[in-house]
Design a protein around this ligand. Structure first.
Ligand code: NAD
Ligand code: TDX
Length: 337
């Protein structure tokens, strides 16, 4: 089987490629990645001689058509992925997430290639802290940020191409991932690298927002299950029952670094900040037999902290620019709640 992995130099895509090469040596992998600020080719160094890497844009129709014509399946990870950036400058999100997905869909339609679309739980909007419900495959779409609106748009394109043109597509909507190779702009790597640098972690608002954490390897194993055994046209939610509020995540990190539990700052909140995400992954578990392997968040977090400690050369070149961008977006410390 030959697969085209878009966004394979990003966080989840790179972990997917590393896992695939290690566990499925019979698969031929081609990566298509534009190497934006979020892409890092060195994440794939250990498998560089076992994959093909193409530096290019998913919105380049001719390039995408050529690459898709030579594979059996496309796994589409490439995206502009950071909510804060989408609030500051939404255009690249429309271009990559919507136009880029359109370009891939046209190619898989023309060449009748199997397509798996990676999406997010954020398309469903957010839940109240005390809401007993969790997101399911039938929750109505209600995105909040420019990022989640463009991801929702791309999901709808996939659904339309599957129904109207018979494209052999599946979609997965996953909750917040953590693990190695995640960009230092994101919550957990930002706080880990702050702590390594002796800077206090920074919590938006009151730190009460809840995210449903899943280890990136568990996400990627679910993607393979869906690719191999998922029903065409079906959406699957991926989540590992990992709900935690941001303050608890910071508390776990402070403990990991042997720091005082109060050693963090509250900073300006994100506009429109979603309160809570929570996934009901019953369909994935019952139909495809998927189970998470990382069941203890604190263990997974400790392993992730070790990875950032041991791989400073991977993240250090990007740290200063990220902190500069947050400062330029107006982030400032708030009085303690
Ligand atoms: P990321 O920002 O770390 O990586 C994105 C990758 O896509 C980068 O390598 C970048 O260079 C590449 N890219 C961006 N624009 C491109 C373009 N026009 N053409 C080709 N390549 C391009 O993102 P991530 O966190 O790895 O997310 C991957 C996917 O998973 C995204 O679709 C995201 O919406 C989805 N997702 C992420 C999470 C999460 O917690 N990070 C959760 C659920 C779903
Ligand atoms: O410094 C911070 N302090 C803070 O409190 C940062 C960067 C974030 N936060 C909060 C905001 C969120 O409540 O932490 C939570 C997680 O923030 P992000 O890492 O930016 O993730 P989120 O906005 O939840 O989106 C992520 O999960 C869904 C990914 O970035 C998306 O690509 C994915 O679709």
């Amino acid at each position: 089987m030959r697969i085209l992995v878009t966004g394979g130099a990003g966080f989840i895509g790179a972990n997917f490629v590393l896992q695939t090469v290690a566990e499925r040596p019979e698969i031929t992998v081609t990566v298509l990645d534009a190497l934006t600020y979020a892409g890092n080719r060195t994440s794939l160094d250990s498998v560089a001689d076992r994959i093909d890497f193409v530096h290019g844009d998913i919105a380049d129709l001719d390039l995408v058509d050529e690459l898709v014509s030579g594979v059996d399946a496309v796994v589409h990870f490439a995206a502009e992925s950071h909510n804060d950036n989408s609030l500051a400058d939404p255009w690249p999100f429309v271009q990559t997430n919507v136009v880029g997905t359109f370009s891939l869909l046209q190619a898989v339609r023309r060449h009748d290639v199997r397509y798996h679309h990676i999406s997010t739980d954020e398309v469903y909007g957010d839940l109240e802290l005390d809401d007993p419900e969790r997101f399911t495959e039938s929750t109505p779409y209600n995105p909040s940020s420019p990022y989640s609106a463009t991801k929702a748009s791309s999901d709808l394109l996939v659904r339309a191409w599957a129904r109207s043109y018979g494209v052999r597509a599946t979609i997965s909507n996953c909750s917040n991932n953590y693990g190695p190779y995640q960009h230092v702009e994101k919550f957990i790597p930002r706080q880990i690298t702050n702590l390594i640098d002796g800077i206090r972690p920074r919590l938006y608002g009151a730190g009460r927002n809840v995210r449903d954490w899943i280890h990136v390897d568990d996400h990627n194993r679910a993607v393979w299950d869906i690719l191999e055994r998922g029903r065409l046209g079906q959406t699957y939610l991926i989540g590992a029952d990992g709900e935690l509020d941001n303050k608890s995540v910071v508390a776990a990190l402070l403990a990991e670094f042997g720091r005082d539990p109060d050693d963090f700052d509250f900073v300006t909140d994100r506009p429109g900040h979603d309160m809570r995400y929570a996934i009901d992954s019953t369909l994935l578990r019952s139909e495809l037999g998927w189970q998470p392997r990382y069941r203890d968040f604190r263990e997974g977090l400790a392993a992730t902290v070790r990875w950032y400690r041991e791989n400073e050369s991977w993240w250090r070149p990007r740290k200063e620019a990220v902190e500069h961008a947050y400062a330029a977006q107006g982030e400032r410390t708030l009085p303690t709640h």
